[in-house]
Design a protein around this ligand. Structure first.
Ligand code: CA2
Length: 157
């Protein structure tokens, strides 16, 4: 049985390197800092978070399927799989709860291949280009969606 107040915070490939390289694009915070931020943000919102990172596409798919049984919502930074993975989109389409897509960098100010997101086709909202604060904002956005459908929507497509 899915726990409505549990949110899976899922991170894709190379995000384990956050804070170690390319600070001009991704800042200096590490993924451990992001997890701490998420936990601090989730507490007052009454959310329990399950924070994970993988470098493997199929593992992300497995986790989205697991979320269907265990979580009310998903905050997802799919990293490079954002721009390539139909498999991830298909998995997200089988998930009934709210999904917020996060990107640390402003992907629209970067290379053209980062301008398309498969995840966005299913996401209820997108946080992009505000640094790791986007994770906290995503949790604030998803909290009220866990009890009610997203504004303007009666059913998900
Ligand atoms: O801006 C984001 O959060 C991205 O999802 C990060 C991905 C990138 O492929 C997306 O286009 C945008 C890359 C994550 C890799 O992060 C690194 C951090 C430090 C050093 C190397 C990679």
């Amino acid at each position: 049985m899915a726990q409505a107040t549990t949110v899976f915070v899922l991170n894709g490939p190379n995000l384990n390197l956050l804070g170690t390289r390319e600070p001009g694009i991704y800042g200096r915070e590490t993924l451990a800092d992001v997890e701490t931020l998420c936990r601090k943000t989730a507490g007052p919102l009454g959310l329990r978070i399950d924070f994970r990172q993988t470098n493997h596409e199929g593992v992300l798919v497995d986790w989205v399927q697991e979320a269907a049984a265990q979580a009310g919502g998903i905050v997802l930074n799919a990293a490079a799989y954002t721009h390539t993975s139909v498999a991830l989109l298909d998995a997200l389409r089988a998930f009934d709860g709210p999904v917020i897509e996060v990107h640390v960098s402003n992907v629209y100010a970067r290379e053209p291949f980062r301008h398309h997101s498969y995840v966005s086709a299913r996401a209820d909202g997108v946080m992009c280009g505000v640094g790791v604060a986007g994770y906290a904002l995503a949790l604030e956005a998803i909290a009220p969606m866990l009890d009610a459908p997203p504004a303007g929507k009666t059913t998900r497509q």
